[in-house]
Write a new protein. Structure first.
Length: 472
């Protein structure tokens, strides 16, 4: 991360589980991990102590080819990312790069395989004072280590760029590429799926949830022993109807090293690169009409998506309802949630979508094949009901209703009728997080719209919230 005045970023792989290179005041902090040197076996290397107690004298650091004096070297354990188990198997979670953003690698695990990171679960923070340079300049970094059988893997660049924690790519090389493509007519080569959701919780505070997905095969990477590949960046911007910029935030994902994939035996089958293909971000946005635009790039290829967005006001006094988002993956955060990085920021923390103790991952791509639906059959609708009367009258009753409509024919496919929401209520809370599984496998091929509404004993009804999906 970066502090005020300076920004640094990595353009090659960063160490397993480490944060991006950061600048604090006039100090550059370089996260560095150890990897086996050429000719050394990886399994033998990592059977040794993963994070040896090395000092500043064990490292050499060069900026633009000139050796710099290392001020300090400290050891940190991986704080973001890791493997977690969801309904599809073992997945890779990069964790929160900024306070309100995260990357996830979706649906590559298998219940029957043994997946584990190849890299050590810790890294070094090497601190030095950089020579004076103008704001906007970028500088090459090279780190060497004096340890038999080991090589240092560290970011190779930092840039002096003023920015906010929510926009770490502003002014960087990749950030400029994203900016240029966002305003160009260039044809995208990375297919993006984009979905949004609006959640309220607190009165007069609207949380915008933006979900983006793209095929992992669309991302270029360098298949090497260290898993080096190009950085993947994302830029999200919301424009007002008069064309002025209302909100902007960015994020990046860099290789976390290879993963060994095995069947539980002593033999390793192959090394699998970790490529996150799902990004989630949350930001507060005032009520109004906007045009949301998202750009993704690996530095070579680009993807772009946009959609109109209306943020409704909610004062917290009436019965309310959030957006309806569709999900196909969920997990138990009490057992598998990765720890967050501590990022000083005025940004809101990332608020997961949790219902009945399970965290649901919103899907940006809401097209499902019949084969998928018959084999997995997992499609969930998640939404939140806001009932302020629960604070003063805990016995308040709330009901929900769900309809599924065939978009082409207009025919009503299913109608749940009014049902009690008591099963999703939590004592002492006025927010009711609802999660319902959709029997999509029974539907014929076509396009469908799900509609949900809430009502209470006082005779109040919310607006209908909708989401669409395709069965192919």
């Amino acid at each position: 991360m970066c502090a005020s005045g300076l920004c640094a970023r990595a353009t090659s792989a960063r160490p397993q589980g480490s944060p991006p290179i950061r600048v604090e005041s006039d100090e550059v902090v370089v996260p560095t991990s150890l990897w086996p040197a050429a000719g050394w076996e990886m399994q033998w290397f990592f059977s040794k102590k993963p994070v040896p107690d090395l000092k500043a004298s064990d490292f050499r650091l060069f900026e633009d080819g000139k050796e710099q004096k290392i001020q300090a070297v400290t050891v940190e354990h991986s704080s973001g990312g890791g493997l977690f188990l969801d309904n599809f198997g073992t997945q890779e979670w990069e964790g929160d790069v900024a306070a309100s953003q995260r990357w996830v690698q979706l649906a590559w695990g298998s219940q029957g395989s043994n997946w584990f990171p190849a890299g050590p679960p810790g890294y070094y923070l090497i601190t030095y004072f950089p020579p004076p340079s103008p704001v906007g300049s970028c500088h090459h970094i090279n780190v060497k280590v004096h340890l038999e059988g080991a090589e240092a893997l560290a970011p190779d660049e930092y840039c002096r760029t003023p920015h906010t924690p929510s926009d770490p790519l502003v002014g960087t090389r990749l950030g400029k590429q994203l900016d240029d493509f966002a305003g160009s007519d260039g044809a995208p080569k990375i297919a993006l799926s984009l979905e949004t959701g609006l959640f309220y919780g607190d009165a007069n505070r609207t949380r915008l949830y933006v979900t983006v997905e793209f095929p992992r095969s669309a991302i270029k990477f360098h298949s090497t022993m260290n898993g080096l590949r190009d950085e993947v960046g994302i830029l999200t911007m919301a424009y007002r109807t008069d064309g002025t910029l209302a909100m902007r935030f960015s994020d990046s994902f860099e290789d976390r090293g290879p993963v060994f994939v095995g069947d539980g035996s002593d033999d390793v089958d192959f090394l699998k690169p970790l490529i996150a293909n799902h990004h989630e971000a949350q930001m507060e946005l005032p009520p109004g009409d906007y045009n949301l635009r998202v750009v993704v790039s690996d530095g070579t290829k680009f993807g772009r998506a946009q959609m109109p967005l209306t943020v409704d006001a909610y004062d917290g006094k009436a019965l309310g309802i959030s957006s309806l988002v569709l999900c196909k993956q969920f997990h138990d955060p009490r057992q598998t949630s990765p720890s967050k990085q501590s990022v000083p920021s005025t940004l809101p923390d990332f608020v997961p979508l949790v219902s009945k103790g399970m965290e649901f991952t919103p899907a940006a791509d809401t097209s499902f094949t019949k084969d998928y639906l018959h084999s997995a059959g997992l499609l969930f609708a998640y939404y939140e009901i806001y009932e302020p009367l629960l604070a003063s009258a805990p016995g308040t009753t709330v009901q929900t209703r769900m309809r599924i409509i065939n978009i082409k024919t207009g025919a009503l496919v299913t109608d749940s009728g009014l049902r009690s929401a008591a099963d999703w209520m939590e004592a002492g809370k006025s927010v009711i997080p609802v999660s319902e599984q959709i029997a999509a496998a029974k539907l014929a091929k076509g396009s469908y719209r799900i509609e949900v509404q809430a009502s209470d004993f006082a005779g109040r009804n919310t607006a209908w919230r909708t989401a669409t999906f395709n069965v192919e």
